[in-house]
Design a protein around this ligand. Sequence first.
Ligand code: AR6
Length: 163
Amino acid sequence: MEIEVVEGDITEQQVDAVVNAANNRMRGGSGVDGAIHGAGGPEVLADCVRRFPEGLATGDAGWTTAGLMPARWVIHVVGPNRNVGQTDRSLLTSCYRRALEVADEIGARLVAFPLISAGAYGWPKDDAVDAALETLRGTPTQVETARIVAFGRSSYDLITERL
Ligand code: AR6
């Protein structure tokens, strides 16, 4: 699998699936989650309610429609929230591994990822990048390209430096 980095907004990516940094309730939020629900429109939330009536566990992944976005699917993951003491790194790497498994289930070959847990959930950015890169590299998958979408120049520089 190829790993590429772009600077931009994940909702605008012309990919098969975009990964959402969601929360356990799976009913929207701020950051990437807010942007995805905003750009995808109400179909995304309706599909979340339909497919995830009980929400989603931390470290797990599941898909919905991408609604009005150029992508076909959203793969929602729930990263660990450092701000409430969820410091278990395997919950973060699990998000990337499970996202690739879900991508394989739906047949997505080009998948865009944000830096899971690196915003509201307070994971240190350099380790969030390392966790992403090592898990994307180490997980067998049919996904051909993982595109990490850096939100801003400093994130882009950090990711390319560690790639
Ligand atoms: N495109 C790409 N990356 C983005 C975008 C965007 N449009 N917007 C923000 N980022 P966060 P988390 C970057 O907070 O830490 C929500 O309320 C951002 O700069 O979106 O996993 C959810 O509902 C950061 O580097 O996700 C949850 O409650 C990274 O994406 C909670 O926040 C992740 O930031 C999840 O927190």
